[in-house]
Design a protein around this ligand. Structure first.
Ligand SMILES: N[C@@H](CCC(=O)N[C@@H](CS)C(=O)NCC(=O)O)C(=O)O
Length: 146
């Protein structure tokens, strides 16, 4: 498993003025935004599986060509692999886990797998949206809700 102390030199982020890389040139490209929690799920999966050299990520401030040429939903994360662009973070976590070498993140046992699915579903539909909603409120409103 990847050591938690591994330091990674992050590539310079692309921005709206950057030229598009050549799509499907054999590079496995994970397009993320460092601040995006959905992206971070897949980024962490990639890191735990020690795929830093195999899966490159290089997108932050989305240029127009991202929607036109890479991902029509214009969302991150997306993964360019085997001449396809794949989206949706939870699907990508499973995809990266099962299509690449490295330690598996997901449990094999059926019961544990069920708990994993429940936790992930809770995080996706309740926890993360609630955290985002709380960012939009001021401290007094939040305190009055406790
Ligand atoms: N359900 C998607 C959500 C991805 C998502 O909403 N990403 C945001 C950034 S955190 C995004 O790209 N938003 C741009 C947009 O909606 O146009 C997933 O889990 O991958």
């Amino acid at each position: 498993m990847a050591s938690p102390s591994v330091q990674e030199v992050l590539p310079t982020s692309l921005d709206s003025t950057s030229q598009p890389p050549s799509l499907f040139d054999g590079t496995i490209r994970l397009n993320i935004n460092y601040q995006c929690p959905y992206s971070q799920r897949v980024w962490i999966t990639r890191n735990v599986k020690d795929l830093q050299d195999k899966i490159k990520f290089d997108l932050q401030n989305r240029p127009d060509w991202y929607k036109e040429k890479v991902n029509p939903t214009n969302k991150v994360p997306s993964l360019e692999h085997n001449n396809k662009v794949i989206g949706e973070s939870l699907h990508l976590v499973k995809y990266v886990d099962s299509n690449f070498e490295g330690p598996s993140l997901l449990p094999d046992e059926l019961e544990k797998r069920k708990i994993y699915e429940e936790l992930i579903a809770y995080s996706d539909t309740t926890f993360v949206p609630e955290v985002y909603r709380s960012f939009a409120k001021d401290a007094l409103t939040l305190a009055s809700e406790i």
